[in-house]
Write a protein that binds this ligand. Structure first.
Ligand code: CTP
Length: 424
Protein backbone atom coordinates (compact mmCIF):
# COMPACT_ATOMS: atom_id res chain seq x y z
CA UNK A 1 0.00 0.00 0.00
CA UNK A 2 1.19 3.55 -0.77
CA UNK A 3 1.14 5.50 2.48
CA UNK A 4 1.79 9.24 2.61
CA UNK A 5 3.14 10.25 6.00
CA UNK A 6 2.73 13.94 6.80
CA UNK A 7 4.95 15.31 9.56
CA UNK A 8 4.30 18.70 11.14
CA UNK A 9 6.69 20.90 13.11
CA UNK A 10 6.45 19.81 16.71
CA UNK A 11 8.88 18.19 19.14
CA UNK A 12 7.18 14.81 18.54
CA UNK A 13 8.31 14.93 14.88
CA UNK A 14 11.17 12.61 15.77
CA UNK A 15 8.62 9.88 16.49
CA UNK A 16 7.72 9.91 12.81
CA UNK A 17 10.84 7.77 12.39
CA UNK A 18 9.14 4.98 14.36
CA UNK A 19 5.97 5.32 12.28
CA UNK A 20 8.01 4.95 9.06
CA UNK A 21 9.91 1.96 10.41
CA UNK A 22 6.71 0.20 11.48
CA UNK A 23 5.03 0.80 8.10
CA UNK A 24 8.13 -0.42 6.24
CA UNK A 25 8.25 -3.56 8.42
CA UNK A 26 4.70 -4.25 7.27
CA UNK A 27 5.84 -3.86 3.63
CA UNK A 28 4.10 -0.60 2.85
CA UNK A 29 5.74 2.10 0.75
CA UNK A 30 6.05 5.39 2.63
CA UNK A 31 6.28 8.82 1.03
CA UNK A 32 7.17 11.28 3.80
CA UNK A 33 5.92 14.84 3.34
CA UNK A 34 7.11 17.05 6.18
CA UNK A 35 6.31 20.72 6.67
CA UNK A 36 9.29 23.08 6.50
CA UNK A 37 9.15 23.45 10.29
CA UNK A 38 9.16 19.68 10.81
CA UNK A 39 12.65 19.63 9.30
CA UNK A 40 13.83 21.79 12.22
CA UNK A 41 13.03 18.82 14.48
CA UNK A 42 14.05 15.88 12.28
CA UNK A 43 16.42 15.97 9.32
CA UNK A 44 15.43 15.15 5.74
CA UNK A 45 18.32 12.62 5.45
CA UNK A 46 16.85 10.59 8.34
CA UNK A 47 13.40 10.56 6.73
CA UNK A 48 14.84 9.69 3.30
CA UNK A 49 17.06 6.91 4.65
CA UNK A 50 14.22 5.29 6.60
CA UNK A 51 11.59 5.60 3.86
CA UNK A 52 13.86 5.03 0.87
CA UNK A 53 12.21 7.95 -0.97
CA UNK A 54 13.09 11.59 -1.57
CA UNK A 55 11.68 14.15 0.84
CA UNK A 56 10.49 17.62 -0.19
CA UNK A 57 8.28 20.18 1.49
CA UNK A 58 7.53 22.77 -1.14
CA UNK A 59 5.01 22.75 -4.00
CA UNK A 60 7.76 24.15 -6.24
CA UNK A 61 10.11 21.18 -5.71
CA UNK A 62 10.10 18.53 -8.47
CA UNK A 63 7.53 20.60 -10.40
CA UNK A 64 7.93 18.44 -13.51
CA UNK A 65 6.21 15.55 -11.69
CA UNK A 66 3.26 17.74 -10.53
CA UNK A 67 4.07 16.59 -7.04
CA UNK A 68 1.50 18.75 -5.24
CA UNK A 69 -1.38 16.90 -6.91
CA UNK A 70 0.17 13.52 -7.69
CA UNK A 71 1.22 12.60 -4.14
CA UNK A 72 -2.31 13.01 -2.77
CA UNK A 73 -3.94 11.36 -5.77
CA UNK A 74 -1.71 8.29 -5.64
CA UNK A 75 -1.99 7.73 -1.89
CA UNK A 76 -3.91 4.73 -0.58
CA UNK A 77 -3.72 6.13 2.95
CA UNK A 78 -2.58 9.42 4.47
CA UNK A 79 -1.28 9.56 8.05
CA UNK A 80 -0.25 12.82 9.70
CA UNK A 81 1.88 12.25 12.79
CA UNK A 82 2.42 14.51 14.56
CA UNK A 83 -0.21 17.07 13.55
CA UNK A 84 0.21 20.46 15.23
CA UNK A 85 -2.65 22.85 16.09
CA UNK A 86 -1.49 25.07 13.21
CA UNK A 87 -1.55 22.28 10.63
CA UNK A 88 -4.99 21.16 11.84
CA UNK A 89 -6.25 24.74 11.44
CA UNK A 90 -4.86 24.89 7.91
CA UNK A 91 -6.52 21.62 6.92
CA UNK A 92 -9.82 22.77 8.45
CA UNK A 93 -9.57 25.97 6.38
CA UNK A 94 -8.77 24.05 3.18
CA UNK A 95 -5.37 25.74 2.78
CA UNK A 96 -2.83 24.33 0.32
CA UNK A 97 0.29 26.45 0.63
CA UNK A 98 2.84 23.68 1.01
CA UNK A 99 3.26 20.14 -0.24
CA UNK A 100 1.59 18.49 2.77
CA UNK A 101 -1.57 20.63 2.85
CA UNK A 102 -1.85 20.40 -0.97
CA UNK A 103 -1.59 16.60 -0.74
CA UNK A 104 -4.32 16.44 1.94
CA UNK A 105 -6.57 18.60 -0.24
CA UNK A 106 -6.12 16.42 -3.32
CA UNK A 107 -6.36 12.99 -1.78
CA UNK A 108 -9.47 10.83 -1.77
CA UNK A 109 -7.79 8.28 0.50
CA UNK A 110 -8.57 7.85 4.19
CA UNK A 111 -6.80 10.52 6.26
CA UNK A 112 -5.73 9.77 9.82
CA UNK A 113 -4.53 12.66 11.97
CA UNK A 114 -2.54 12.10 15.17
CA UNK A 115 -2.36 15.43 17.03
CA UNK A 116 0.43 16.44 19.40
CA UNK A 117 0.48 19.81 21.14
CA UNK A 118 0.34 21.49 24.51
CA UNK A 119 -2.82 20.87 26.53
CA UNK A 120 -3.87 24.53 26.33
CA UNK A 121 -3.75 24.41 22.54
CA UNK A 122 -5.65 21.12 22.40
CA UNK A 123 -8.41 22.49 24.65
CA UNK A 124 -8.60 25.90 22.99
CA UNK A 125 -12.06 26.41 21.42
CA UNK A 126 -10.40 27.19 18.07
CA UNK A 127 -8.70 23.79 18.00
CA UNK A 128 -11.81 22.05 19.34
CA UNK A 129 -13.84 23.56 16.49
CA UNK A 130 -11.18 22.68 13.89
CA UNK A 131 -11.07 19.07 15.08
CA UNK A 132 -14.89 18.92 14.86
CA UNK A 133 -14.68 20.24 11.29
CA UNK A 134 -12.13 17.61 10.30
CA UNK A 135 -14.18 14.83 11.88
CA UNK A 136 -17.39 16.02 10.22
CA UNK A 137 -15.60 15.68 6.87
CA UNK A 138 -14.68 12.08 7.55
CA UNK A 139 -11.07 12.66 8.62
CA UNK A 140 -10.10 10.36 11.48
CA UNK A 141 -8.60 12.36 14.33
CA UNK A 142 -7.05 10.36 17.15
CA UNK A 143 -7.30 11.74 20.66
CA UNK A 144 -3.84 12.62 21.97
CA UNK A 145 -2.39 10.61 24.82
CA UNK A 146 -2.23 12.07 28.32
CA UNK A 147 1.22 12.44 29.86
CA UNK A 148 4.46 14.37 30.01
CA UNK A 149 4.76 17.15 27.41
CA UNK A 150 7.77 19.23 26.37
CA UNK A 151 9.03 21.00 29.49
CA UNK A 152 7.69 20.40 32.99
CA UNK A 153 3.97 20.31 32.09
CA UNK A 154 1.79 17.28 31.50
CA UNK A 155 -1.80 16.61 30.35
CA UNK A 156 -3.59 15.60 27.15
CA UNK A 157 -1.46 16.47 24.12
CA UNK A 158 1.15 13.74 23.75
CA UNK A 159 1.44 11.95 20.44
CA UNK A 160 -0.13 8.47 20.72
CA UNK A 161 2.33 5.58 20.44
CA UNK A 162 3.58 5.12 16.84
CA UNK A 163 2.44 1.46 16.77
CA UNK A 164 -1.06 2.48 17.85
CA UNK A 165 -1.20 5.17 15.15
CA UNK A 166 -0.16 2.70 12.46
CA UNK A 167 -2.55 -0.03 13.68
CA UNK A 168 -5.47 2.40 13.76
CA UNK A 169 -4.68 3.86 10.33
CA UNK A 170 -4.35 0.45 8.69
CA UNK A 171 -7.68 -0.65 10.21
CA UNK A 172 -9.39 2.43 8.68
CA UNK A 173 -7.97 1.59 5.29
CA UNK A 174 -9.18 -2.00 5.58
CA UNK A 175 -12.72 -0.81 6.39
CA UNK A 176 -12.70 1.40 3.32
CA UNK A 177 -11.80 -1.46 0.99
CA UNK A 178 -14.85 -3.48 2.10
CA UNK A 179 -17.36 -2.44 -0.58
CA UNK A 180 -20.49 -3.71 1.18
CA UNK A 181 -19.74 -1.45 4.15
CA UNK A 182 -19.26 1.76 2.25
CA UNK A 183 -22.84 2.30 1.13
CA UNK A 184 -24.37 1.66 4.56
CA UNK A 185 -21.71 3.87 6.09
CA UNK A 186 -22.41 6.81 3.80
CA UNK A 187 -26.21 6.34 3.40
CA UNK A 188 -27.20 4.72 6.68
CA UNK A 189 -30.79 6.07 6.43
CA UNK A 190 -31.46 4.68 2.99
CA UNK A 191 -35.12 3.59 2.74
CA UNK A 192 -36.10 5.46 5.92
CA UNK A 193 -38.58 8.29 6.38
CA UNK A 194 -37.66 11.03 8.84
CA UNK A 195 -40.00 13.82 9.92
CA UNK A 196 -38.29 17.01 11.09
CA UNK A 197 -39.94 20.08 12.61
CA UNK A 198 -38.02 23.34 12.23
CA UNK A 199 -38.38 27.09 12.76
CA UNK A 200 -40.46 28.86 15.39
CA UNK A 201 -44.20 28.99 15.94
CA UNK A 202 -46.25 32.22 15.78
CA UNK A 203 -49.38 32.71 17.85
CA UNK A 204 -51.83 35.17 16.31
CA UNK A 205 -53.10 38.13 18.33
CA UNK A 206 -55.07 39.55 15.44
CA UNK A 207 -54.80 39.36 11.61
CA UNK A 208 -51.52 41.32 11.58
CA UNK A 209 -49.81 40.68 14.94
CA UNK A 210 -48.40 37.58 16.60
CA UNK A 211 -46.34 36.35 19.55
CA UNK A 212 -43.26 34.57 18.23
CA UNK A 213 -39.64 33.70 18.84
CA UNK A 214 -36.33 34.31 17.11
CA UNK A 215 -35.72 30.80 15.78
CA UNK A 216 -34.53 31.02 12.16
CA UNK A 217 -35.00 27.34 11.37
CA UNK A 218 -31.34 26.96 10.32
CA UNK A 219 -30.73 24.01 12.66
CA UNK A 220 -33.77 22.16 11.31
CA UNK A 221 -32.73 22.91 7.72
CA UNK A 222 -29.24 21.57 8.44
CA UNK A 223 -30.80 18.42 9.93
CA UNK A 224 -33.02 17.98 6.89
CA UNK A 225 -30.00 18.23 4.58
CA UNK A 226 -27.97 15.79 6.70
CA UNK A 227 -30.84 13.26 6.83
CA UNK A 228 -31.35 13.59 3.07
CA UNK A 229 -27.61 13.11 2.44
CA UNK A 230 -27.78 9.99 4.63
CA UNK A 231 -30.32 8.54 2.20
CA UNK A 232 -33.57 9.23 4.05
CA UNK A 233 -36.81 10.60 2.65
CA UNK A 234 -37.38 13.80 4.62
CA UNK A 235 -40.69 15.45 5.57
CA UNK A 236 -39.92 18.94 6.84
CA UNK A 237 -42.64 20.67 8.84
CA UNK A 238 -41.53 24.29 8.56
CA UNK A 239 -42.79 26.84 11.05
CA UNK A 240 -42.30 30.31 9.58
CA UNK A 241 -38.98 29.69 7.84
CA UNK A 242 -37.68 32.25 5.38
CA UNK A 243 -38.34 31.13 1.80
CA UNK A 244 -34.71 31.87 0.90
CA UNK A 245 -33.60 29.18 3.36
CA UNK A 246 -36.19 26.68 2.15
CA UNK A 247 -35.21 27.19 -1.50
CA UNK A 248 -31.69 25.98 -0.68
CA UNK A 249 -32.98 22.51 0.24
CA UNK A 250 -32.22 19.60 -2.08
CA UNK A 251 -35.04 18.39 -4.31
CA UNK A 252 -37.10 15.54 -2.88
CA UNK A 253 -37.63 16.97 0.61
CA UNK A 254 -41.35 17.42 1.30
CA UNK A 255 -42.14 20.75 2.96
CA UNK A 256 -45.30 21.40 5.00
CA UNK A 257 -45.50 25.07 6.04
CA UNK A 258 -47.23 25.82 9.36
CA UNK A 259 -47.64 28.90 11.51
CA UNK A 260 -49.03 28.21 14.99
CA UNK A 261 -48.34 25.52 17.58
CA UNK A 262 -51.71 23.89 16.96
CA UNK A 263 -51.01 23.74 13.20
CA UNK A 264 -47.57 22.30 13.89
CA UNK A 265 -49.10 19.70 16.23
CA UNK A 266 -51.62 18.60 13.59
CA UNK A 267 -48.97 18.36 10.85
CA UNK A 268 -46.64 16.35 13.10
CA UNK A 269 -49.34 13.85 14.04
CA UNK A 270 -50.25 13.37 10.36
CA UNK A 271 -46.60 12.82 9.42
CA UNK A 272 -46.00 10.54 12.42
CA UNK A 273 -48.13 7.77 10.93
CA UNK A 274 -45.50 6.92 8.32
CA UNK A 275 -42.26 7.98 10.05
CA UNK A 276 -39.31 5.83 11.10
CA UNK A 277 -38.05 8.73 13.18
CA UNK A 278 -39.12 12.20 14.29
CA UNK A 279 -36.87 15.11 15.19
CA UNK A 280 -38.50 18.03 17.01
CA UNK A 281 -36.11 20.89 16.33
CA UNK A 282 -38.78 23.63 16.19
CA UNK A 283 -38.97 26.28 18.90
CA UNK A 284 -42.53 25.93 20.15
CA UNK A 285 -44.42 28.66 22.01
CA UNK A 286 -45.46 27.36 25.41
CA UNK A 287 -48.46 29.76 25.49
CA UNK A 288 -50.85 31.35 23.00
CA UNK A 289 -53.34 34.20 23.38
CA UNK A 290 -56.62 32.94 24.84
CA UNK A 291 -58.43 34.54 21.96
CA UNK A 292 -57.29 36.05 18.67
CA UNK A 293 -59.49 38.77 17.22
CA UNK A 294 -60.69 38.61 13.61
CA UNK A 295 -60.17 42.32 13.13
CA UNK A 296 -57.13 44.40 13.96
CA UNK A 297 -56.93 45.33 17.65
CA UNK A 298 -57.38 49.06 18.30
CA UNK A 299 -55.69 51.15 20.97
CA UNK A 300 -58.03 51.68 23.91
CA UNK A 301 -56.92 54.47 26.20
CA UNK A 302 -53.81 54.78 28.38
CA UNK A 303 -54.42 51.84 30.73
CA UNK A 304 -52.13 49.48 28.86
CA UNK A 305 -53.21 46.14 27.53
CA UNK A 306 -53.50 42.85 29.37
CA UNK A 307 -53.19 39.68 27.34
CA UNK A 308 -54.50 36.40 28.69
CA UNK A 309 -52.47 33.42 27.53
CA UNK A 310 -53.36 29.75 27.65
CA UNK A 311 -50.92 26.88 27.63
CA UNK A 312 -50.11 25.14 24.37
CA UNK A 313 -49.91 21.35 24.14
CA UNK A 314 -46.51 19.72 24.51
CA UNK A 315 -46.21 18.37 20.96
CA UNK A 316 -43.17 16.22 21.64
CA UNK A 317 -44.77 14.53 24.64
CA UNK A 318 -47.93 14.00 22.58
CA UNK A 319 -45.95 12.25 19.82
CA UNK A 320 -44.26 9.99 22.38
CA UNK A 321 -47.67 9.15 23.91
CA UNK A 322 -49.15 8.42 20.47
CA UNK A 323 -46.27 6.06 19.71
CA UNK A 324 -47.05 4.27 22.96
CA UNK A 325 -50.70 3.87 21.95
CA UNK A 326 -50.01 2.50 18.43
CA UNK A 327 -48.19 -0.84 18.40
CA UNK A 328 -47.29 -0.24 14.74
CA UNK A 329 -45.25 2.83 15.73
CA UNK A 330 -43.54 1.08 18.64
CA UNK A 331 -40.07 1.17 17.03
CA UNK A 332 -40.24 4.82 16.01
CA UNK A 333 -37.27 6.86 17.25
CA UNK A 334 -38.15 10.28 18.67
CA UNK A 335 -35.57 13.02 19.15
CA UNK A 336 -36.01 16.26 21.09
CA UNK A 337 -33.90 19.38 21.50
CA UNK A 338 -33.26 21.25 24.75
CA UNK A 339 -31.46 24.56 25.07
CA UNK A 340 -30.90 25.07 28.80
CA UNK A 341 -29.17 27.43 31.20
CA UNK A 342 -28.05 26.52 34.69
CA UNK A 343 -28.77 28.42 37.90
CA UNK A 344 -27.46 28.50 41.47
CA UNK A 345 -29.03 25.13 42.40
CA UNK A 346 -29.11 23.13 39.18
CA UNK A 347 -26.74 22.79 36.25
CA UNK A 348 -27.99 23.13 32.68
CA UNK A 349 -27.11 19.46 32.15
CA UNK A 350 -29.23 18.40 35.13
CA UNK A 351 -32.19 20.33 33.71
CA UNK A 352 -31.60 18.51 30.41
CA UNK A 353 -31.48 15.13 32.18
CA UNK A 354 -34.80 15.91 33.84
CA UNK A 355 -36.29 16.96 30.48
CA UNK A 356 -35.07 13.72 28.88
CA UNK A 357 -37.03 11.75 31.49
CA UNK A 358 -40.09 14.00 31.35
CA UNK A 359 -40.41 13.92 27.57
CA UNK A 360 -39.86 10.17 27.16
CA UNK A 361 -37.71 10.65 24.03
CA UNK A 362 -34.99 8.30 22.76
CA UNK A 363 -32.44 11.06 22.19
CA UNK A 364 -32.29 14.60 23.55
CA UNK A 365 -29.88 17.04 21.94
CA UNK A 366 -28.81 19.23 24.85
CA UNK A 367 -27.38 22.64 24.13
CA UNK A 368 -25.86 24.59 27.04
CA UNK A 369 -26.73 28.23 26.39
CA UNK A 370 -25.39 29.62 29.68
CA UNK A 371 -23.59 32.95 29.16
CA UNK A 372 -20.10 31.60 29.69
CA UNK A 373 -20.51 28.80 27.16
CA UNK A 374 -20.12 30.73 23.91
CA UNK A 375 -18.14 28.92 21.22
CA UNK A 376 -17.83 31.60 18.56
CA UNK A 377 -20.59 33.09 16.49
CA UNK A 378 -21.79 30.05 14.55
CA UNK A 379 -20.65 27.23 16.79
CA UNK A 380 -22.61 25.54 19.52
CA UNK A 381 -21.81 22.89 22.08
CA UNK A 382 -24.16 19.94 22.29
CA UNK A 383 -24.30 16.71 24.20
CA UNK A 384 -26.57 13.91 23.12
CA UNK A 385 -28.50 12.31 25.96
CA UNK A 386 -29.80 8.78 25.51
CA UNK A 387 -30.80 5.79 27.54
CA UNK A 388 -28.45 2.91 28.26
CA UNK A 389 -30.16 -0.07 29.90
CA UNK A 390 -32.54 2.24 31.74
CA UNK A 391 -29.73 4.57 32.90
CA UNK A 392 -29.31 8.06 31.41
CA UNK A 393 -26.19 8.23 29.22
CA UNK A 394 -24.71 11.64 28.45
CA UNK A 395 -22.54 11.84 25.33
CA UNK A 396 -19.29 13.77 25.12
CA UNK A 397 -19.35 17.52 24.60
CA UNK A 398 -19.34 18.24 20.88
CA UNK A 399 -18.61 21.70 19.49
CA UNK A 400 -19.37 22.59 15.91
CA UNK A 401 -21.51 24.41 13.40
CA UNK A 402 -25.19 23.60 12.84
CA UNK A 403 -24.07 21.32 9.99
CA UNK A 404 -21.58 19.52 12.25
CA UNK A 405 -24.20 19.13 14.99
CA UNK A 406 -26.67 17.77 12.43
CA UNK A 407 -24.18 15.14 11.24
CA UNK A 408 -23.69 14.10 14.83
CA UNK A 409 -27.45 13.87 15.52
CA UNK A 410 -28.10 11.93 12.31
CA UNK A 411 -25.26 9.54 13.16
CA UNK A 412 -26.74 8.94 16.65
CA UNK A 413 -30.20 8.48 15.14
CA UNK A 414 -28.88 6.06 12.50
CA UNK A 415 -27.21 4.00 15.22
CA UNK A 416 -30.54 3.69 17.06
CA UNK A 417 -32.38 2.77 13.85
CA UNK A 418 -29.86 0.12 12.85
CA UNK A 419 -31.75 -2.68 14.58
CA UNK A 420 -35.23 -1.49 13.61
CA UNK A 421 -37.24 -2.59 10.56
CA UNK A 422 -38.51 0.25 8.37
CA UNK A 423 -42.18 1.24 8.94
CA UNK A 424 -42.58 2.50 5.36
N1 CTP B 1 -41.60 21.15 22.47
C1 CTP B 1 -42.83 20.73 21.99
N2 CTP B 1 -43.96 21.36 22.38
C2 CTP B 1 -43.93 22.39 23.24
C3 CTP B 1 -42.68 22.84 23.76
C4 CTP B 1 -41.53 22.20 23.35
O1 CTP B 1 -42.86 19.78 21.22
N3 CTP B 1 -45.06 22.99 23.59
C5 CTP B 1 -40.38 20.42 22.08
C6 CTP B 1 -39.32 21.24 21.38
O2 CTP B 1 -39.44 21.19 19.98
C7 CTP B 1 -38.03 20.55 21.83
C8 CTP B 1 -38.37 20.02 23.21
O3 CTP B 1 -39.79 19.96 23.27
O4 CTP B 1 -37.71 19.45 21.03
C9 CTP B 1 -37.88 20.85 24.35
O5 CTP B 1 -38.31 22.19 24.18
P1 CTP B 1 -38.30 23.18 25.42
O6 CTP B 1 -38.85 24.49 25.00
O7 CTP B 1 -36.94 23.14 26.02
O8 CTP B 1 -39.29 22.35 26.37
P2 CTP B 1 -40.43 22.75 27.33
O9 CTP B 1 -41.28 21.53 27.48
O10 CTP B 1 -41.11 24.00 26.86
O11 CTP B 1 -39.66 22.97 28.67
P3 CTP B 1 -39.43 24.27 29.56
O12 CTP B 1 -40.43 24.13 30.63
O13 CTP B 1 -38.01 24.10 30.02
O14 CTP B 1 -39.65 25.46 28.67
Amino acid sequence: MRVVLGVAGGIAAYKAAHVIRRLRELDHSVKVVPTANALKFIGAPTLEALSGQTVTTDVFDEVDTVNHVRIGQEADLVIIAPATADLIAKIAAGRADDLLTASVLTTTAEVVVAPAMHTEMWLNPATVANIATLRSRGIHVLDPAVGRLTGPDSGPGRLPEPEDIVDFALSRQTDRTRPEQSSTETRPLSGRRIVISAGGTREALDPVRFLGNRSSGKQGIALAKAAHAAGSHVDLVAANIDSGLLSGLPAGITITPVESTLELQAAMHTAQTHADAIIMAAAVADYRPAEATDSKMKKSGDDGLTLRLVQNPDILRGLVDERGRQTRLGDQIIVGFAAETGDADTTALDYARAKFRRKGVDLLVFNDVSDDRAFGHDDTMVQIISSDDGEIAVGEEFVGSKDDVSQKVIAALSAQLTHVESTT
